[in-house]
Design a protein around this ligand. Structure first.
Ligand SMILES: *Cc1c(COP(=O)(O)O)cnc(C)c1O
Length: 411
């Protein structure tokens, strides 16, 4: 490889090359049986993914967005309710809330983990909500709606601080649905339970996406709900299949939100490698961290909270002149991304929520400064070294051009 060969942002093809024979055999088997929807492949994946997440139940569905939508509904969120989440996430989180007929309410994230700021959640519940004297339920003062759920997002593969979130949820009788779409295998040390807990096993339910670029990705669209609650699992199974538990007996209206058997078969093959792939991602993150920490100024890199074992779905750093920085890396044939450039409360789709710039300052600052560096299990050390060398070079040139004063010389 020449020194300036392109370093892609993602490499989805490499794992498939390695697993090709197995994947093709699974596809052939599916063609033979023509069992494309439901059946033993889907059940097999559900059993194995539930075990991987330390959850009692897993329900395979069509996408991560379906998983969020069905989990919220099955856990008891009703049309007209308010659901608290963060503005620093992918829009699927709030689409799912709106699509069950509820109303998203935001609390800001905290800087070190980019996940829900539990103090801001506490303040929101305490000062911006009040108890309805008639029903005892919690009402949002801003909207007058009943607050029924919290959706923390385990962003970039780093878990949100779940202990205080669960404590607040219990105090205010709220449902917690984890958005674990970026966090397959991430772990959280719960002081309340005094052990490590897997993402997807902590709230009443959790949503996972198997979109191709996720830590566990299908060869198409797929997702899953995990839960320890049998009733929630039962309801999700009905909702994904037009509200029926028995063919043509529709207890409720549902969706066409089932998981393809072919995708389930592919996912079972890949799931066997997920732990290894996550370890490789952690190794890559450690290398980036060690190397970038030698750059004294101009860059902030992610540091996992002491209670977190992150799985680095993305490796997101912060720099001041983000757009210039990305352009310079692109000129060096190094691809980067922004997750996400526009906070949800400032998206056109959410004009109706009536937010303005300044409402969630941490999210807004992150949106200006974040850059996602290449991160995947097959990223090589040579590639990482080149990324880090370029980062160092760009930042030192920037620092030099910013200041006309001679550099300080230490004696
Ligand atoms: C990917 C993702 C989703 C949606 O998953 P899909 O499978 O694409 O529907 C939801 N939330 C977050 C945080 C995601 O990253």
């Amino acid at each position: 490889m020449t020194n300036d060969a392109k370093i892609p942002f993602l490499d989805l093809a490499a794992p498939h090359a390695e697993l090709e024979a197995e994947l093709v055999a699974a596809f052939r088997e599916a063609l033979k049986t023509a069992g494309f929807i439901g059946g033993p492949m889907v059940q097999g994946l559900e059993t194995e993914f539930a075990a991987f997440c330390d959850a009692r139940f897993c329900v395979g569905v069509g996408s991560g967005t379906d998983a969020l939508r069905f989990a919220l509904s099955a856990a008891g969120v009703r049309p007209g309710d308010s659901v608290v989440t963060v503005p620093n996430t992918f829009i699927a989180t709030t689409e799912a809330i709106s699509q069950v007929g509820a109303h998203p309410e935001f609390v800001d994230v905290e800087e070190t983990t980019s996940t829900m700021d539990v103090e801001k959640l506490r303040t929101f519940l305490k000062t911006q909500c009040e108890q309805d004297p008639a029903t005892g339920r919690l009402l949002s003062k801003r909207t007058g709606r009943t607050v029924t759920a919290i959706v923390p997002v385990h962003l970039y593969g780093h878990p949100a601080d779940m202990d205080p979130i669960m404590e607040l949820a219990e105090r205010y009788h709220l449902i917690v649905v984890e958005d674990a779409c970026q966090a397959h295998g991430a772990e959280y040390f719960s002081v309340r339970h005094n052990h490590w807990m897997k993402a997807g096993s902590i709230g009443q339910a959790a949503a996972f996406s198997f979109y191709p670029g996720k830590n566990l990705g299908a060869c198409g669209e797929a997702g899953a709900i995990t839960t320890n609650d049998e009733e929630i699992a039962r309801k999700c199974r009905m909702i994904r299949d037009h509200g029926q538990a028995k063919k043509y007996y529709h207890d409720v209206e549902g969706y066409n939100g089932r998981l393809d058997a072919i995708q389930a078969a592919f996912l079972r093959i890949k799931l066997k490698h997920l732990q290894k792939w996550n370890d490789q991602r952690r190794g890559r993150a450690e290398f980036y961290g060690n190397t970038l920490s030698q750059i004294r100024e101009g860059v902030l890199f992610p540091v996992a909270a002491p209670w977190a074992k992150a799985v680095y779905h993305l490796y997101v750093i912060r720099v001041e002149d983000r757009d210039g920085f990305m352009a310079k890396l692109a000129a060096e044939n190094i691809a980067t991304g922004i997750h996400y450039p526009i906070p949800l409360h400032l998206q056109k789709a959410y004009d109706y929520l009536g937010h303005k710039e300044g409402d969630f300052p941490v999210t807004e600052r992150l949106a200006r400064e974040i850059v996602s560096l290449p991160m995947y299990p097959t990223l090589t050390e040579a590639q990482q070294r080149r990324v880090c060398d370029k980062v160092r070079q760009i930042l030192s040139e920037e620092a030099a051009s910013k200041s006309c004063r001679p550099a300080l010389v230490t004696t």
